[in-house]
Ligand binder design. Structure first.
Ligand SMILES: *Cc1c(COP(=O)(O)O)cnc(C)c1O
Length: 398
């Protein structure tokens, strides 16, 4: 047990979070085959989810579950060790080759999670004496990774290449420009063409975390670099996650032969951890093939997003400049975001309120996300429910 002094200090801090409407609570969410792919039973209530990152609607696809179960029956549930010991299976190896082919990079390396991929990548490539310029709205794992690397970390104004340029210090050994491809809480896209040009001009390394772009944007869902008309040679490394659009779990880094070989030798979050189950790699291979082939999923998303934005604008809701399935609706306060989410939940619609510190102070929101598993009628139902919530209007009461 923690000492009484520590327990008391922790309890006070929890109390403070509660008072500030920043306390986080989990809900228990269950899916089963009699539900639609975008539905969940949450605390006993059947509801339609507008908050998952399952953008292509693949997480509940029976073809992925069959690949997972089939491979587990054939080859076992666990990998038994790290990739550099006995854990690197033929399924892992084949998935890496397919991810390299998909992204166009010479090689890809699997990590257990995106968080670990970012830690491994930046800590292996950056060190004291280096400089990492980070978009102010980058994912927490990218900020944590650059801090842990020991490099000097400088944040630049969101999606602003001129601000990024001012952060690039000529005296550093290596300079990194690190950005989300599609921003996780805002849904907008990084100005990758300008950042790539900046990297080229300053001989800096461009690192793109495309957790929300891969599978969703670009031809065949090849992601933000492809959507921006860039080639793999324009970036030092591309980070992708497998638990979002691809519907399974895990992550990878794509890069040159030398970068990937360096990660294999040096990335501690790769070396000192158990490889994911091979069956998971089998399921992800299936997901990758489906994501590439089933263009209708991206077309459906575009239709849903267009319908939502038109409807929300007509209602006077405050949207962000996003054309991706992430469509935040800004609220007047953290309390307003919480209350709006409660009202939607009571109507059988699950949308998560996002509050500081996940987003900057004063920008609490409902993070609405769409999935190819949604129908146009679902969008209309969401709009009708949002229409009844005064706190989402500019100047609306909390
Ligand atoms: C979700 C996310 C991660 C973390 O990936 P996990 O596999 O969930 O650990 C990293 N970067 C970005 C931008 C993300 O949105």
């Amino acid at each position: 047990m923690a000492t009484p002094a520590t327990t008391e200090a922790l309890a006070r801090e929890l109390e403070r979070l509660e008072q500030a409407d920043l306390y986080r609570r989990r809900r228990v969410a269950a899916w089963s085959p009699e539900l639609r792919a975008a539905e969940l039973v949450v605390d006993g209530r059947r509801c339609l989810a507008f908050c998952s990152n399952d953008y292509l609607g693949l997480a509940h696809d029976p073809r992925l579950a069959e690949a997972l179960a089939g491979h587990a029956l054939a080859a076992g549930a666990g990998s038994g060790a790290a990739h550099l010991v006995t854990g690197h299976s033929p399924e892992h190896h084949a998935l890496e080759e397919e991810l390299a082919a998909f992204t166009g990079f010479p090689r890809a390396l699997l990590f257990s999670t995106g968080y670990m991929a970012n830690l491994g990548l930046l800590c292996a490539l950056a060190d004291r004496g280096d400089l990492v310029a980070e978009d102010r709205l980058n994912h927490a794992s990218l900020l944590d990774a650059s801090r842990l690397s020991g490099a000097r970390v400088r944040r630049y104004a969101h999606a602003d290449p001129a601000a990024a340029e001012r952060r690039l210090d000529g005296s550093a050994r290596r300079r990194f420009i690190v950005t989300d491809g599609v921003f996780s809480m805002d849904g907008d896209r990084a100005p990758l063409a300008a950042l790539a040009a900046l990297a080229r001009r300053h001989a800096a390394e461009l690192v793109v975390d495309d957790a929300h772009g891969l599978g969703v944007v670009g031809p065949e869902g090849r992601g933000s670099l492809a959507a921006a008309g860039l080639a793999p040679a324009d970036a030092t490394a591309l980070v992708g996650t497998l638990g979002k659009a691809f519907g399974t779990f895990g992550a990878f880094v794509a890069g040159s032969e030398t970068v990937i070989e360096t990660l294999l030798q040096r990335a501690r979050s790769y070396i000192y951890t158990t490889a994911p189950p091979p069956a998971l790699a089998a399921a992800t291979r299936r997901a990758l093939a489906l994501a590439r082939a089933e263009q209708w999923r991206r077309d459906r998303l575009a239709t849903l997003v267009g319908r939502f934005r038109a409807g929300a604008a007509a209602l006077g809701l405050r949207l962000a400049p996003s054309d991706t399935p992430i469509q935040p609706v800004l609220a007047s306060s953290a309390r307003a975001a919480l209350e709006a989410a409660e009202r939607l939940f009571a109507a059988g619609l699950w949308v998560t309120p996002i509050r500081p510190p996940t987003v900057p102070a004063g920008s609490a929101r409902l993070r609405v996300t769409f999935s190819a598993a949604h129908e146009e009628a679902d969008v209309d139902r969401l709009l009708a429910a949002l229409d009844g919530i005064p706190a989402l209007r500019p100047g609306g009461a909390a």
